[in-house]
Design a protein around this ligand. Structure first.
Ligand code: CDM
Ligand code: ATP
Length: 284
């Protein structure tokens, strides 16, 4: 039997760091929302007890380092499952981009195998398992729009943002999330207003969402990779309503309400950047 699952990317509407924890992780307060840019994962039962990863992207590992592999292995170990699966990943989300591509592949694999192997686990149970794979996996299990706290694994659902376009531009560099957190000076942080963003979402106020975008990792990545600042500048100059780097970067996104302006920004950025996408928020 085979099953197809979509694994959508996320963007951070806000990302705050409260402090560094004794376990080395950072205590965060983030608002994330899913967007209509997704990997497609095909899960096929195998007759022998193995996990195979197939991907045509040279940046995606095809062994135990792959987060989708780790998701399948975790389910097999915890529930003592003696089945095999081939996981084919049609990679659309840019890799090491701040868009949670690997985490979303892991979450989609957890949800897909729950159906394929008829495991009967709840979304909460899958999200809890997912948090063992990576901090973003719990959010990706639920999708939608949410406040994520702890190291990112504690999820509180929020209303979807009002409909708008998201333009994404990823420079050719890939960024290591661990490096960015390591270079963050926690004693010198300009905190975004998370409460104001929650209020903007509750009121469905597009202008207040734009006014309250904020990411404390942005200045760290901008210092490491000046080309990210250039893309931000260009996106602002071409007329996006608000611009921010997602996660640990380097992808920069711009919010745009009117389709008429979308094409100008998209075409303008294509001149500077290979990977540019214009997508909708999913959010629900
Ligand atoms: C930047 C974000 O993507 C924003 O959504 C997340 O905070 C990171 O999520 P992720 O990539 O799933 O992160 P993980 O795979 O759990 O951790 C990668 C590395 O990032 C650092 N890390 C991650 C999350 C966190 N709250 N504090 C950290 O310091 C740790 O050094 C960790 O070793
Ligand atoms: N299924 C996967 N897809 C992409 N990368 C993967 C996958 N599994 C493992 N990786 C590894 O994880 C690294 C980070 O990739 P990913 O695309 O998940 O980063 P990211 O979008 O920055 O994640 P996040 O936003 O959660 O920090 C890659 O360099 C790659 O080696």
């Amino acid at each position: 039997m085979r099953l197809l699952v979509k694994a959508p990317a996320k963007i951070n509407l806000s990302l705050d760091v409260l402090h560094k924890r004794p376990d080395g992780f950072h205590e965060v307060e983030m608002i994330m929302t899913t967007i209509d840019l997704a990997d497609r994962i095909e899960l096929t039962n195998l007759s022998d007890d193995t996990i195979n990863i197939l991907s045509h992207n040279r940046f995606v590992p095809d062994d135990g380092r792959n987060l989708a592999y780790q998701a399948a292995q975790l389910l097999k170990d915890r529930l003592d499952i003696k089945k095999g699966v081939a996981i084919s990943i049609d990679k659309v989300i840019p890799v090491a981009a701040g868009l949670a591509g690997g985490s979303s592949d892991a979450a989609a694999t957890l949800k897909g195998l729950n159906r394929l192997w008829d495991l009967g686990l709840s979304l909460d149970e899958l999200a809890e398992l997912g948090s063992e794979i990576g901090s973003d996996v719990s959010f990706c299990v639920y999708g939608g729009t949410a406040l994520a706290t702890g190291r990112g694994e504690k999820i509180e659902h929020l209303p979807a943002p009002p409909n708008c376009w998201v333009i994404l531009a990823k420079p050719t560099i890939g960024v290591s999330t661990a490096d960015v957190y390591r270079n963050l000076d926690v004693s010198n942080i300009q905190h975004p207003n998370t409460e104001a963003m929650i209020s903007a979402l509750n009121r469905s106020s597009y202008s207040d969402i734009c006014a309250n975008l904020g990411n404390v990792l942005e200045s760290v990545t901008l210092d490491m990779y000046p080309e990210v600042a250039q893309i931000k500048d260009q996106m602002e100059r071409f007329g996006a309503d608000a611009v921010l780097m997602s996660g640990s970067g380097p992808t920069v996104y711009g919010l745009v309400q009117y389709e008429s302006r979308l094409h100008r920004i998209y075409n303008g950025l294509r001149g500077f950047c290979d990977q540019v996408f214009a997508v909708r928020m999913l959010g629900e």
